[in-house]
Design a protein around this ligand. Structure first.
Ligand code: GLA
Length: 725
């Protein structure tokens, strides 16, 4: 069994195939973390509870006495504020006396097969109860009556442990949550590099790696969304760990709003990691009996390097996070109108796109922004989700009939969380935008954010969307979010609940998304936020794919896709071929075929030669769909480390087939290039599909592929396939 309670040691042991996690119930019912790392058979690790105290400056528990144990230095399982632990707290509650001293102690536990859902929030799931086991640990603050449940679900086969927390007000008085993190982990050393993903619009998820130092470091978002700027992902890699070797911890928050992912190293050279909702922009009032659920955090440990950490996340997300029809069913290959037409389209233009795209092998046409209200540019109409009959006479059904007649499915664009000041909806409901009293709200792309925390607002948007979606043959929906949240407030929230706004907004968005996916289970959803501004695991619970970036330049995309692949699978990575001109179409296609693959260009403007390349690449896409969607990824040469080339490899899980792609970003003076493959069967033989050459897996992985003079010039690329013989 993956979870075991040892009466003798008073420890909980959580095992995956390759990792172990041990929690101890210590004197006075303190919960301590004894271990998280590579699998060990023992259920106890000696001498972990006590670390050198800071002389008389590390306070002692009055019952235990001053014998060396101090909450200041002990590996506390879920750190709280004000009761002797001076590191970043995971939990801080202002009680009815107005103080924030919080101190929780163990009271009991429960172990069961499977996993519960988090009410109103997306999270990972089990396909059957035998896939995972859950431990609930109960703890309580006997002074304030705060009750805490720590949830741990162990996905043994996947080497994943998910965590979350519920805080219940067990007292008769009000209390206020000031912070409630999803995860807190105390590691006994600080010999790690922190890996995080920073970026901005059109340059998302750059990989950044820095050694941990004493003090607090980490990444956060206060933008109301997970953001382009930092992703809710961090990893701690042992100094020297690389793609193939070394110990790595990966942490990813299943949440789309403000987050905090921090590491603090103390004077004992230990590390505390916390991850959860960002506390500066959060507080939550709990009346007697009420509870608060944190979002879920996903933890991965591997001793096999950063590449293996990524593959663990990919497998887990493909199997236990992404859901619905298109989790496994082949998704239609799409063409999107945005870069081809922007706002300048009518029905004839779209039908012409469909006709030409069909000849290329495309299966679905997405009509992007500009089909509703009076929208001809970005200054109006968000919130008016009815068709612009001037642009599309006869309405959507007529257009869709024509597109369907060309043999293509039809998809549509929405930005449900926004409202334009110039819209019928805003004129009717000026109090529906996100704002605070006495301030003119800020604009972003000429638009306001609509108050998704309000049920009446959500119902209005839902009814408008329902009318369109239920009356038309729409088979794909792109959900966009093109600005961040300022002036955070809702007309309906009383002053003492104003700081609940951000989280309530996120819950509102989840509510609307949930209504959509449950009412229209056959629609393929794609998430988007000005490209990849909300590329997080929570969004993957609603949409199996996310538009990775508005930047479709294939060289820039290499960085974006390498970064995104840190924890997100290729199946989720929206990647299109556009008319951008830094490389030819072969390279654009080779890069986009690491992701969902699609087109974002005017197909009527392609030359015969370009159309031929795309047709051939689309055939390759179909042939290798499983390989990309379910394959194991190996990042062979990273553009973040090599200014000249990038290379990656996808391998079917049974190792029978692989695709190796190499892109030259800049020419090197010497062209002698060897790429060593990974993940193959050493004793098996593989046939190069293009040349017919048969080579052993061992040769490909040790001697490597010699690609001298192949794709050696700037912007060139090559994709090579090997099949086991
Ligand atoms: C965002 C998206 C684009 C496109 C536009 C439409 O920028 O990322 O793909 O949908 O909005 O306004």
């Amino acid at each position: 069994m993956p979870i075991h309670f040892s009466e003798k040691d008073k420890t909980f042991k959580l095992d995956t195939n390759n990792s172990s996690y041990i929690i101890a119930v210590y004197e006075e019912n303190y919960l301590l973390n004894l271990y998280y790392g590579a699998f060990i058979p023992d259920s106890f690790v000696p001498n972990r509870a006590m670390r050198t105290p800071n002389a008389s400056f590390s306070p002692a528990n009055p019952v235990i006495g001053e014998h060396g144990f101090s909450p200041d230095t002990a590996p506390i399982e879920y750190g709280t504020s004000g009761a002797g632990d001076f590191r970043i707290a995971a939990l801080e509650i202002e009680n009815s006396n107005g103080d924030s001293v919080t101190d929780i102690r163990y009271t009991g536990y429960k172990i069961y097969d499977g996993k519960k859902e988090i009410p109103k929030m997306p999270s990972s799931y089990v396909n059957s109860d035998s896939e995972a086991q859950t431990l609930e640990i109960y703890a309580e603050d006997s002074v304030t009556g705060a009750q805490v449940t720590l949830y741990y679900t162990v996905f043994q086969k996947y080497d994943v442990i998910t965590r979350r927390v519920r805080v219940t007000n067990g007292s008769m008085k009000k209390m206020r949550l000031e912070r409630a993190m999803s995860l807190c982990l105390d590691l006994p050393d600080m010999d790690y590099d922190l890996i995080s993903l920073y970026g901005c619009h059109a340059k998302e998820r750059n990989i950044e790696r820095r050694p941990l130092a004493h003090g607090i470091q980490g990444v956060e978002s206060r933008r109301g969304s997970s953001s382009h700027n930092q992703n809710p992902f961090i990893a701690l890699a042992k100094s020297g760990a690389d793609e193939d070797r070394g110990e790595v911890y990966g942490f990813n928050l299943v949440y789309s709003g403000n987050f905090s992912a921090l590491a603090e190293c103390d004077f004992n050279c230990t590390t505390r990691v916390v991850m959860g909702i960002e506390p500066q922009t959060f507080s939550w009032e709990l009346k007697s009996g009420e509870y608060f659920d944190t979002p879920e955090a996903v933890m991965v440990f591997t001793a096999q390097g950063i590449g293996e950490m990524s593959r663990i996340f990919h497998r887990f997300y493909n199997n236990n996070l992404i859901r619905g029809r298109y989790k496994t069913e082949k998704r239609p290959l799409l063409i999107n109108s945005w870069e081809a037409a922007y706002f300048d389209f009518d029905a004839d233009k779209l039908v012409a796109f469909a006709k030409e795209a069909k000849k290329l092998g495309v299966e679905l046409l997405v009509m992007d922004d500009g089909w509703f209200g009076k929208r001809n540019d970005d200054t109006s109409s968000l919130g008016d989700w009815f068709v612009n009959e001037e642009k599309l006479p006869g309405g959507l059904s007529k257009l869709i009939e024509r597109v369907n007649a060309e043999g293509l499915k039809f998809g549509i664009w929405y930005e449900p969380e926004m409202i334009s000041p110039d819209s019928e909806l805003f004129r009717a409901h000026p109090d529906w935008c996100v704002r605070v009293e006495g301030r003119e709200p800020m604009l972003g792309r000429n638009q306001y954010v609509i108050d998704m925390s309000r049920e009446d607002v959500r119902n209005n948007i839902w009814e408008q969307m329902y009318n369109v979606l239920s009356q038309n043959n729409i088979e794909y929906l792109k959900w966009d979010f093109n600005r961040n949240i300022t002036d955070a407030g809702s007309a309906l929230l009383p002053p003492e609940r104003k700081k609940e706004f951000f989280h309530r907004f996120v819950l509102g968005t989840y509510d609307l998304m949930n209504r959509l996916v449950t009412t229209f289970p056959n629609i393929l959803f794609e998430n988007c936020s000005g490209g990849g501004g909300r590329f997080d695991p929570a969004m993957l619970c609603y949409s199996p794919q996310i538009w990775a970036s508005d930047n479709t330049d294939p060289i820039e995309r290499l960085y974006i896709q390498f970064g995104t692949s840190m924890c997100y699978p290729a199946s989720a990575m929206g990647a299109h071929v556009s008319a951008s001109n830094r490389t030819g179409y072969d390279t654009k296609c080779n890069v986009a075929r690491w992701g969902t693959f699609g087109l974002e260009l005017d197909p009527t403007k392609l030359t015969e030669n370009e159309a031929d390349i795309i047709r051939r690449q689309i055939k390759e896409y179909h042939r290798n769909y499983e390989l990309v969607n379910r394959g194991d990824l190996y990042r062979l040469v990273s553009p973040f480390e090599n200014p000249y080339r990038a290379a990656w490899q996808l391998v079917l899980p049974d190792k029978s087939r692989t695709m190796v792609t190499l892109v030259t970003m800049r020419e090197e003076c010497h062209q002698h290039l060897i790429v060593r493959l990974r993940g193959l069967e050493p004793n098996a033989y593989y046939k190069n599909e293009q040349t017919g050459e048969v080579l052993s897996g061992a040769l490909l992985m040790n001697a490597g592929l010699t690609l001298t003079n192949t794709a050696g010039y700037t912007g060139e690329s090559v994709a090579i396939y090997f099949e086991r013989v």
